[in-house]
Design a protein around this ligand. Structure first.
Ligand code: 13P
Length: 253
């Protein structure tokens, strides 16, 4: 139940400016020297919209891709003040897009609006990083699996191309808290997500499923023992090139 490529995806959230290009340059430099593993890794940095075009034109690296963090659900242009469409992000140079992040769900995104966003981004040939995850209360009440099932079933249409959708399991109680689920729990949850996708889509395709939530250079050793995890969606630690690089190095230690 494992994919060959390992994904290390940074979600910069609302951080970064033009000078942060040096972070990407340092990561790029590391990738060039990390010969033994760089073919096994996929590194993606999802940056604020204001930086996508600038970074995409400056970074010509086969090791690093640039992604966006959200978009409006409407496919074409329209009267949506302050919003950007998937098409605009694609034209700016984004190759990937995070959708369904809990921070956007808490500001109004619903399973239904996320479904429309996924459809719109797929039509622009963006690769989706679709976030799912339960709250602490849902976990306490034993609802983790039902919450995940609902998020998957109501946001991924059966006609969507699964090859273009990466799933990121991010328990809300783990984001920015330093807490991560136990190995046993993660194994169960990852098996559940992969089986659920197989059931819904009646496919033998093995989906790519990432873990996100307080990933750092220390806990990555423990996370690396879980073969079901295909990679990581990294928030806070991705804003430091040293921490981000140490996560990758320690993963292979
Ligand atoms: P942290 O790594 O800061 O917990 O954030 C995780 C996250 O939200 C990535 O999308």
């Amino acid at each position: 139940m494992t994919n060959k490529l390992k994904y290390f995806i940074g979600n910069w959230k609302m951080y970064g400016d033009f000078s942060s290009l040096k972070i990407i340059h340092q990561i790029q430099h590391f990738c060039i020297g990390f010969k033994k593993y760089n073919k096994k890794n996929k590194i993606i940095l999802c940056v604020p919209n204001t930086l996508i075009y600038f970074y995409a034109t400056k970074i010509k690296s086969k090791f690093i891709s640039i992604g966006a963090q959200n978009c409006h659900h409407h496919q074409s242009n329209g009267p949506f003040t302050g919003s950007v469409s998937a098409s605009m992000l694609k034209k700016s140079g984004a190759k990937y897009i995070i959708l369904g992040h809990s921070e956007n769900r808490s500001e109004g995104d619903t399973n239904q609006s996320i479904k429309r966003k996924i459809g719109s981004a797929l039509s622009q040939k963006l690769i989706i990083i679709f976030c799912i995850g339960e709250t602490f209360n849902e976990k306490k009440e034993g609802k983790t699996f039902s919450v995940l099932r609902k998020q998957i079933r109501s946001s991924i249409d059966k006609k969507y191309n699964l090859n273009k959708i990466i799933i990121a399991y991010e328990p809300l109680w783990s984001i920015g808290t330093g807490k991560i689920p136990k190995v046993k729990e993660l194994k169960k949850i990852f098996k559940f997500i992969k089986n659920e996708i197989k059931k819904i889509f009646k496919t033998r395709y093995l989906p790519i499923v990432l873990y996100g939530g307080s990933v750092n250079q220390n806990n990555i050793r423990m996370l690396s023992t879980i073969s079901e995890i295909d990679g990581f969606l990294i928030g806070g630690a991705s804003k430091s090139s040293k921490k981000f690089i140490d996560i990758i190095k320690n993963y292979y230690k």
